[in-house]
Design a protein around this ligand. Structure first.
Ligand code: SF4
Length: 361
């Protein structure tokens, strides 16, 4: 997208008009959840909360992939570093996430072979260059990243690189929305749905969860005009009492999504039950390697005995990810938990709510 094109979605005058329209249609209290961590950051960065009427509450949701990764998965990633002859490859966001007793960054500092990669294909190349080592990629993320990881496994298979494997902690977005709606105490009047995940899933990806729960839902992009447009559409739906699944990001998201990416994901992965931080197990919300690709599954390849000890004491990441609390309601926020000394992943990740509050609020 050109700079000129982006500027259209940062137009101050248009943003003011949208904010005025939101105020005029808002008739009562509305709680909207921005599902995606990138939306959370953008909302803070552009001061969007400050132009909304006080009746509208924006809640952060479970769309930060690092934040929703369970403590046990983080501990498993860290345990892999202590295995002989293993290189652990990861995106940078995971490095500082605290496990129960360590972090990938601390293990690297102790001399373990942990490498930050910018693409999963870099991890495949590391494996190709080190045939006498095992290379494990720590895979977290939603529908945006799973197809690429699937492609990396097909590539490793085609190039006969057997020393590459993946520890999959991938998750699916619609399943989490359904779980939220089933959680006692969760009150959401509308979902601002993630733009980049929806590029893959299309509008159709949310059809099932929308039809089941009838919660107003709008897919949108990450510029201020995108977000304000989605808020306006949700406020109108709420005022009219007519929930709908709408797409405010048609320049990137189609109804069917990226069918090639969906196909490649379905070729390599299948859904499985998965544990989400703070939320617990959600049926059919994870992505596991299909039986024919299990030789690339790190959990099959290595005998990891990692106890499930639960999340850090006092950390409210789980409640924050469900919109039940704000970071400021966590007793550790800004006291023992800061970006320099994070207790939970929401303070580490570039998409984490606690990091966003700390930086901007
Ligand atoms: S402030 Fe820190 S301890 Fe509290 S919820 Fe956020 S990450 Fe967890």
């Amino acid at each position: 997208m050109s700079i000129k094109h982006v500027q259209e979605y940062r137009d101050g005058e248009l943003a003011r008009e949208l904010a005025a329209a939101i105020r005029s249609v808002t008739t009562g209290n509305i709680r909207l959840m921005e599902v995606c961590g990138t939306h959370t950051m953008s909302i803070f960065r552009h001061g969007i909360r400050t132009v909304l009427p006080e009746e509208i509450t924006l809640l952060s949701g479970p769309g930060c992939p690092v934040c929703v990764t369970s403590q046990r998965d983080i501990d498993c990633f860290i345990a892999l570093t202590s295995l002989e002859n293993v290189i652990v490859a990861t995106f940078g966001d995971l490095m500082r996430v605290p496990g129960t007793v360590s972090s990938l960054q601390k293990e690297k500092a102790k001399g373990c072979d942990v490498r930050i990669v910018y693409s999963v294909f870099d991890a495949v190349e590391i494996a190709a260059e080190n045939p006498d080592k095992e290379v494990v990629f720590c895979a977290v993320g939603f529908e945006t990243t799973t197809p690429t990881v699937a492609a990396s496994i097909l590539m490793a298979q085609q190039r006969n690189i057997p020393n590459f494997s993946v520890h999959s902690a991938h998750k699916t977005t619609p399943a989490a929305l359904g779980a939220l709606m089933e959680t006692p105490g969760v009150a959401i009047d509308g979902f601002i749905l993630p733009g980049h995940v929806s590029v893959i899933t299309g509008t159709d990806g949310y059809r099932g969860v929308f039809e089941q729960y009838q919660v107003p839902s709008v897919i949108t992009g990450f510029e201020p005009v995108d977000i304000l447009t989605a808020v306006l559409m949700l406020a109108k739906q709420a005022a009219e009492g007519k929930p709908a699944l709408e797409n405010a990001y048609p320049r990137a998201v189609s109804q069917a999504g990226n069918t090639k990416a969906i196909a490649i994901m379905g070729q390599v992965f299948e859904t499985c039950d998965a544990t989400w931080r703070g939320i617990g197990e959600i049926p059919e919300s994870g992505m596991a390697l299909k039986p024919e690709f299990r030789s690339f599954d790190a959990l099959e390849r290595f005998d990891l005995t990692v106890p499930d000890v639960g999340e850090p004491k006092g950390c409210a990441c789980g409640e924050i990810l469900m919109g039940l609390k704000t970071p400021e309601q966590c007793p550790l926020y800004k006291r023992t938990c800061t970006p320099a000394h994070p207790v939970g992943p929401c303070m580490v990740s570039s998409e984490g709510s606690c990091a966003a509050y700390y930086r901007y609020n």
